[in-house]
Design a protein around this ligand. Structure first.
Ligand code: SIN
Length: 335
């Protein structure tokens, strides 16, 4: 009798020990940290991705989204991803230079994308793929790109033409190209994380900002500024990236499902982003304290000219071949 009980017990222990699938009954958790509000293009896309993943995997994968820098600020979230403390983030492309991948600053060159078609040819074509593949050596796997939009300038003094920027302290993201852009305007660049921006405006540490209208509106920054000029001088978009070790540990079929969910969320994001920024600008217009200066084509040309030297100044930082290829795409697209 003792022998029978002993055998049963031994069998149970062996089955338990030899069955790694026991652990797989627990859902796989993707912690997705980001720094903006849930009402912005990225905030909405992250929630769409979560919904799709949880539906398609019948809850076998759960996505926990942490918006508004509740987990990590800009630089910290990159480190957390590399360490595996979170599995997924979508930093703005301007922040990837901090990893030593300064070619990503291509996206920061003012007025380099004359229209959405050129931008899409870059993010959805070989240039975009080549850039994402540079992330591999950093322990990161790039799923693709999410779009936000083009940036405007805001300040607490009248800003209509480039000369008006002279001497202003303007917050920028950590990018040498953005720094050069601000210096080119005769202003003073001040780098800081997105989550510190509101306090910096409230305390007067900075005079102004550059951002998309959805980011400005969702953080109520427009309430702390008196002027906005619709320069649409620079692009704000995101690399949607995961911890590489985590990604490679997933079964192939699951990677395919997650990639499908990512692509669906990307389609929704890219369709909605323009609308979300447009809505934000309309809402900001209703704020009587803020004067919006809409540029005429002639005035816009002054900004284009004022910032035309930035690309050449960054050729030690961004592969000149990449800049050339984007310029060629722009030329083909304007025919
Ligand atoms: C973001 O859209 O993720 C933030 C961009 C910024 O830091 O200005």
């Amino acid at each position: 009798m003792f022998k029978v009980i002993h055998s049963i017990l031994l069998c149970s222990v062996l089955i338990y020990a030899l069955s790694p699938k026991v652990a797989h009954t627990e859902p796989i958790i993707i912690r997705f940290s980001h720094v903006v509000a849930e009402t912005t293009p990225k905030g909405k896309a992250a929630l769409e991705f979560k919904k799709l993943v949880e539906e398609k995997t019948n809850g076998k994968v759960k996505v926990h989204v942490y918006p508004n820098a509740t987990l990590y600020k800009d630089k910290e979230e990159l480190e957390a991803l590399q360490l595996g403390a979170v599995q997924m983030i979508a930093p703005s492309l301007s922040k990837l230079g901090q990893l030593g991948l300064t070619d990503f600053e291509l996206f920061d060159i003012p007025y380099i994308f004359p229209n959405q078609n050129v931008l899409r040819s870059v993010t959805e074509g070989p240039i975009g793929q080549q850039l994402l593949s540079q992330l591999n050596d950093k322990g990161i796997y790039g799923l693709g790109y999410w779009h936000n939009g083009f940036k405007v300038f805001t300040a607490n003094s009248a800003i209509q033409q480039p000369l008006d920027m002279s001497g202003l302290r303007l917050r920028i993201q950590p990018s040498r190209t953005l720094e050069t852009q601000i210096v080119e305007l005769g202003a003073i660049p001040i780098q800081m994380p997105f989550s510190d921006l509101l306090t910096a405006l409230k305390t007067g540490l900075i005079d102004g900002t550059e951002n998309t209208t959805s980011n400005l509106y969702s953080q109520h920054m427009h309430q702390l500024q008196t002027h906005l000029v619709t320069t649409y001088h620079g692009y704000l978009g995101y690399a949607v990236i995961v911890n590489r070790e985590f990604w490679l540990s997933l079964p192939k079929q699951l990677q395919i499902t997650l990639m499908w969910c990512f692509q669906q969320a990307t389609l929704t994001n890219n369709l909605a982003a323009e609308q979300i920024n447009k809505y934000a600008l309309e809402q900001i217009r209703q704020n009587t304290n803020l004067h919006i200066h809409d540029l005429t084509p002639k005035q816009r040309e002054q900004w284009v000219q004022a910032l035309a030297g930035v690309a050449d100044k960054m050729s030690h930082q961004i592969d000149p071949e990449l800049i050339k290829q984007v310029r060629q795409l722009a030329k083909q697209n304007s025919k």
